[in-house]
Design a protein around this ligand. Structure first.
Ligand SMILES: Nc1ncnc2c1ncn2[C@@H]1O[C@H](COP(=O)(O)OP(=O)(O)O)[C@@H](O)[C@H]1O
Ligand SMILES: [Mg+2]
Length: 221
């Protein structure tokens, strides 16, 4: 129990007034410092589950617990999401009008850090992902792999304990996929974070300590 960082208890999620049952009673527990892969067919509820774990949305029934406390009852969801969780998406979701150094600062706008501190921290994070030479570039001046590195740096802006990645290599070729996975697993080990990755690719799932399969909104194994 003490090792369990993130838990879902009988979690359901309905959309469209119940016409779509994206999750139909999911139980899971993720331990501190654990790297878990979530796999399953398209439409099986993987992204929905990740969003609930990250506090981006709330379950229809059941609950998500962080360190044993219900997210809905014990936490301010906005601060949970911005301070404890980092998100990485397939399509990077960088703001096109901001330079790499600025994109990485976005989550820091909700903190008390001043401009100098934000810039210094963003530069350090971009160095951590191997982009110390690309600070001033706009997203359209970066390669796909560099964009995802920038997004990963941004996900770490507030030193989260949990990193949630939804198909993070889905827009990358196999060489860049391997590099991004090496980066993510390196970060997870170095920072002792929980890493939950949604992926279609068995080669990526195999890197995880444990794989959870979802089918039709239920954990199948
Ligand atoms: N915001 C939403 N509104 C309505 N239906 C949704 C929404 N998000 C997801 N769904 C539906 O819920 C089901 C699960 O979706 P999702 O979690 O995105 O699956 P996956 O990530 O495994 O492809 C699908 O049928 C999808 O169409
Ligand atoms: Mg999805």
């Amino acid at each position: 129990m003490s090792d369990c960082l993130l838990e879902g208890k009988n979690v359901t999620k309905h959309y469209d007034e119940g016409r779509i049952q994206a999750l139909r009673g999911v139980d899971l527990a993720v331990n501190a410092s654990e790297f878990v892969a979530i796999t399953g067919p398209s439409g099986s509820g993987k992204s929905t589950l990740l969003q609930l774990l990250g506090g981006l949305d709330q379950p229809t029934s059941g609950e998500i617990l962080f360190r044993g406390h219900s997210l809905a009852n014990s936490f301010d969801l906005d601060s949970y999401r911005s301070r404890r969780v980092g998100f990485v998406f397939q399509a990077f979701h960088l703001l096109p009008t901001l330079r790499a150094l600025e994109n990485v600062q976005i989550p820091m706008f909700e903190t008390k850090l001043g401009l100098r501190e934000r810039e210094a921290k963003a530069a350090e994070l971009l160095r951590e992902v191997g982009l110390e030479h690309r600070l001033q570039q706009y997203p359209n001046q970066l390669s796909a792999g560099e964009r995802q590195r920038t997004a990963i740096a941004r996900s770490l802006a507030n030193d989260p304990e949990i990193l949630l990645a939804d198909e993070p290599t889905g827009n990358l070729d196999s060489e860049n996929s391997a590099k991004i996975m090496a980066l993510l697993t390196g970060i997870q080990a170095k920072r002792n974070m929980v890493l939950v990755i949604v992926t279609h690719e068995s080669a990526i799932a195999q890197l995880a300590q444990r794989t959870i399969h979802i089918r039709d909104g239920r954990i199948s194994s």
